[in-house]
Design a protein around this ligand. Sequence first.
Ligand SMILES: [Zn+2]
Length: 193
Amino acid sequence: MSKVLEEVLAANANYAKSFGDKANLPMPPGRHFAVLTCMDARLDLAKYAGLAEGDAHVIRNAGGRASDDAIRSFVISYKLLGTSEWFVIHHTNCGMEFFSDEVMRGLLASSLETAALDASGFRDVGKGPGSAEGDFIDWLTIKDNAKSVVADVRRIRNHPLVPSRIPIYGYIYDVKTGKLVEVPEATEAGRAK
Ligand SMILES: [Zn+2]
């Protein structure tokens, strides 16, 4: 068994021991909100936003981008499970700022091994072959944090399946301080009507 697998299963066995009343949590989020954020390993909403089991929906992907699939989750979140306030939270030093579609496609075309990151960006160090399938994916990279939050809040706000009564708040999490910093233009764009 791999070390990680062993550790995860041991931690889970320990967690389940004191599971207690959490067995009775209802499915709809108790605090009626949902968050879209990046998968970055440094972001832990249970810690930085005070979430406990049963509190909120957390939708995560690379960059915390408002992809079609993120919107699918938001729609289920309000339509079937009653959330009524949403957050879009991107963060400083996001990996999505360090490449472009072109770069990612080039890297994948030459090798499926993990690339190396140095001062000049990502470069392939592994062997080929790669695959051209990367050409068919929009990697939703980020050039400017604040702009990406605004763009994503706008996309969600303007989606025909998203009701105008739901406010959408736009924030950037600072990985150097642990603080949430508002992006006023995003929150303004996401205002409920
Ligand atoms: Zn990120």
